[in-house]
Design a protein around this ligand. Structure first.
Ligand SMILES: Cc1ncc(COP(=O)(O)O)c(C=O)c1O
Length: 387
């Protein structure tokens, strides 16, 4: 029998403010992708992120694709992408007709900057650093490499809104950045995304490509210079996003408090677990509280054990080079280690102390019992695909 009160891995944190703004959008008829709250959200987002332009789109995946497309990435081009990431990154590159060249990660999940240069060829056009689970990548090193080889930097800040790198805001560290407002993100619109940049031309291109590439005026309104899409965010959702954005600091602080509490109370298990760390001069937002199990084979058992207690958790990403959709040969040992041994615990901003204590007690109980640590089916399967 399934437990009744499940602690979800992540749920949106919605208050009266969000309800008020969305109700206003509905009551005043500001619901399309061209209406009032779109502009308000974009303006407030650009200011908060410290960039000149912010363009709303209908998802983080669309933001990645449109940014790459507007940068001119096409067939024959290559983009450096971490293998330890979400599929949208590699999909966006493929949708442009280009190729992702995968790079292994550091133990914290972020791209291993020491391995980027050897993957650069004369076809490489861009690097896509992804700030995994809310911890910013080593951007100074990435910038040095990008400058040396004249490459664009497209930050994927989907999981890291509000994070700081040496005091600077994530999303303003490269040539352009993409955000996701999916329901589990720090700021959510249910579904949605944003491209942020200081580059006027790029902003204009993204803006046009997301909206049919309207090119005419007045009687010539239905005139389109380029093939384009409709990937706009509705003003209804922008109203929700604006209200969430006004609470960004509160939402970041809540996730950081969750992480601190988990690490403090699980530290007795440091022989069995590796906790998420924060590098110096970094403010991670701990979008998800990810832990690594030291003993191979235990991760899936812990997920099942927690599920029986009504606690949802989630396995880390399966690295991109192992996906049927993006298979690539090569050695990516750290990403594979993370992929098979990592999971994240419930991480909602509004998680109560009672819920966190329940999660902590369940994790402790798991390790206090004897468990068979033979490899599980789900561990063996993807390894086989890579052989
Ligand atoms: C790192 C990363 N990039 C891109 C995306 C895609 O965002 P969306 O789900 O809004 O399309 C996600 C979403 O989960 C993500 O985690």
């Amino acid at each position: 029998m399934k437990p009744k009160n499940i602690i979800r891995v992540c749920e949106p944190d919605i208050t009266q403010r969000e309800i008020r703004y969305v109700m206003d959008a509905i009551k005043t008829g500001h619901i399309s992708g061209m209406a009032k709250y779109v502009g308000l959200f974009e303006k407030a987002f650009a200011k908060k992120t410290g960039v000149k332009y912010a363009i709303t789109v209908n998802s983080g995946a669309s933001a990645l694709f449109l940014a790459l497309w507007a940068l001119g990435i096409r067939k024959g081009d290559e983009v450096i992408v971490p293998t330890f990431t979400m599929a949208a990154c590699a999909n966006a590159v493929a949708q442009c007709g280009a190729k992702s060249v995968f790079v292994d990660c550091e133990p914290n999940g972020n791209i291993d900057v020491t391995q980027i240069e050897k993957k650069i060829t004369k076809r490489t056009k861009a690097i896509m650093p992804v700030h995994i689970y809310g911890h910013p990548c080593d951007m100074d090193e990435i910038k040095k490499i990008a400058r040396k080889h004249k490459l664009f930097i497209l930050e994927d800040a989907a999981e890291a809104q509000g994070a700081l790198y040496k005091g600077k805001k994530v999303g303003a560290l490269g040539d352009a950045a993409c955000f996701s407002f999916y329901a589990n993100k720090l700021v959510t619109t249910g579904e949605g995304g944003m491209v942020a940049t200081n580059d006027k031309k790029l902003a204009e291109e993204v803006s046009k490509f997301r909206d049919h590439y309207w090119s005419g005026k007045g009687k010539n309104r239905y005139y389109h210079k380029k093939v384009a899409w409709n990937m706009k965010l509705s003003s209804l959702l922008a109203a929700l996003g604006l209200a969430q954005l006004e609470r960004l600091e509160e939402l970041v602080n809540k996730r950081r408090a969750n992480a601190k509490y988990y690490t403090k109370n699980l530290s007795v298990l440091k022989d069995r677990l590796i906790f998420p760390a924060e590098k110096s001069r970094i403010r991670s937002v701990f979008w998800m509280y990810g832990i690594l199990l030291k003993k191979p084979g235990e991760r899936d058992k812990l997920i099942d054990f927690l599920a029986k207690k009504g606690i949802e958790s989630r396995a880390f990403f399966i690295p991109m080079h192992l996906q049927p959709s993006h298979r690539q040969n090569g050695l990516f040992p750290v990403s594979e280690y993370l992929g098979w041994n990592g999971l994240y615990l419930p991480s909602s901003s509004h998680l109560s102390k009672k819920d966190k204590d329940k999660v902590i007690a369940a994790v402790k109980e798991f390790f206090s019992k004897q468990h068979d640590t033979k490899s599980t089916k789900s561990m063996r399967k993807p390894r086989k695909e890579n052989s």
